[in-house]
Design a binder for this molecule. Structure first.
Ligand SMILES: Nc1ncnc2c1ncn2[C@@H]1O[C@H](COP(=O)(O)OP(=O)(O)OP(=O)(O)O)[C@@H](O)[C@H]1O
Ligand SMILES: [Mg+2]
Length: 384
């Protein structure tokens, strides 16, 4: 069964007098398969957020249909299977990170033990352990985005919708979110990612769609859309003698060299190396910390074990695209073997293990403020 199925989905916004004003989405046909990381691209006003709102049942289509897990988007039975990170996270300013996640956990009727387990794992994953007791209203933009991601994951959704998740994030946070998206995809989750950052979409998405004027303009895998099949690229160790013979051979055989250059680092890789060095030198920061891996509860423990084992293997090699540099310094953002090995210890144990003790923080640790949460929840007791 498809996770998303849109058939001729259309949304026309009307003005006060009922006249058609904006055709925001126009006869959109779109399928998303289980386990797929799908990128939705398009310039401002091309209809991405309107499409997402119809998939979430927040807007009614003017015509056509949308199905999510085979059901109407308004069906409450599917709500617990969906995680949504909106363009802007609307958070209660006076709740801290723990209280915020505890609050969302209550909305999904998770019991106290499960809420605590997920909250601690998510805070660890998004790198906000040291800031977890500060009101989220005092967070920087990127720190608030990180909490937005954790909030979208608290119900362990099968389908995750991310609208501009990396806006405002530093390159390390961006890289971490991309790693999280990739790992969730490998764990069988389906992800719909909207972003203007094309490089990010290219890095994580299996398939992409480009919208313009509410219509689908292009759809395919990144490989299908980007590979230039009529040209070939070869990379080999620098060797002037060999290079001149290759040039000669190409010329003698009727070929033509279109361009010749040295491979360059991507700016992301350079940035991660520089900051990774600063972290190894243990320089002080009051901002978000770098973390590795994905919370164990996400994706069900049975699948997690296989995946984590494969990550442990991968962790022994340098992360793709971030090979150790000439001086032998390891890439900063690859999976950290010891953490992952701990996670593989046993799926059941992971579920039972107490969250790791937070690093000493200048602010004394405290439990979620129950009074504030009860007030927000309408004064209810914990429901099992
Ligand atoms: N509630 C609304 N009433 C009237 N017009 C709307 C409404 N919501 C969106 N629109 C219009 O629909 C079109 C598509 O908007 P949408 O927010 O879906 O674009 P988007 O692709 O998400 O853009 P962005 O990249 O800027 O987030 C725009 O022209 C927008 O002005
Ligand atoms: Mg939008």
């Amino acid at each position: 069964m498809k996770v998303i199925e849109c058939i001729a989905l259309t949304k026309v916004f009307q003005d006060f007098w009922g006249r058609d004003r904006v055709r925001a989405v126009d006869k959109l046909d779109l399928d998303i398969n289980p386990g797929e990381v799908f990128g939705l691209l398009g310039p401002n006003g091309s209809g991405k957020s309107t499409t997402i709102k119809m998939l979430l049942g927040l807007l009614y289509p003017t015509s056509g249909s949308a199905r999510v897990f085979g059901k109407q988007p308004t069906d409450t039975a599917i709500k617990s299977r969906i995680g949504f990170m909106p363009e802007e996270s609307y958070l209660y300013r006076f709740l801290n990170a723990r209280e915020t996640l505890d609050y969302y956990g209550r909305l999904f009727k998770l019991d106290r033990h499960e809420r605590r387990r997920r909250t601690e794992q998510l805070i660890d994953m998004i790198g906000l352990k040291r800031a977890a007791n500060r009101p989220v209203g005092t967070y920087s933009k990127g720190m608030a985005r990180r909490i937005g991601l954790a909030q979208a994951l608290v119900n362990d959704p099968d389908f995750l919708i991310l609208d501009e998740p990396t806006t405002g994030l530093d390159p390390i946070g961006t890289r971490q979110i991309k790693d999280v998206i990739r790992i969730l995809g490998d764990r069988g989750k389906t992800v719909l990612l909207c972003s203007h950052l094309l490089a990010d979409v290219e890095d994580v998405c299996d398939r992409v769609a480009i919208m313009y004027g509410g219509k689908l303009q292009k759809l395919g895998t990144c490989e299908e859309l980007l590979t230039q099949n009529d040209e070939t690229q070869i990379t080999f160790r620098k060797n002037e003698k060999l290079l001149s013979r290759v040039r000669e051979a190409i010329g003698q055989n009727g070929g033509e060299i279109i361009s010749e250059s040295h491979p360059t680092l991507r700016l992301e890789e350079l940035f991660l190396r520089v900051v990774g060095q600063a972290q190894r030198d243990q320089l002080e920061t009051s901002g978000a910390e770098s973390t590795v891996g994905v919370s164990a509860f996400l994706g069900g423990d049975h699948r997690g074990v296989d995946l984590v084992s494969s990550l442990v293997e991968a962790g022994k090699k340098p992360a793709p695209g971030l090979a150790a540099d000439a001086a032998g310094t390891a890439a900063p953002a690859g999976p950290k073997t010891d953490v992952l090995e701990k996670l593989t210890a046993k799926a059941d144990d992971v579920a039972k293990t107490k969250p790791e003790e937070p690093k000493p923080s200048p602010i004394p640790s405290r439990q979620p403020n129950k009074a504030v949460l009860d007030r927000l929840m309408g004064g209810g007791e914990d429901k099992p």
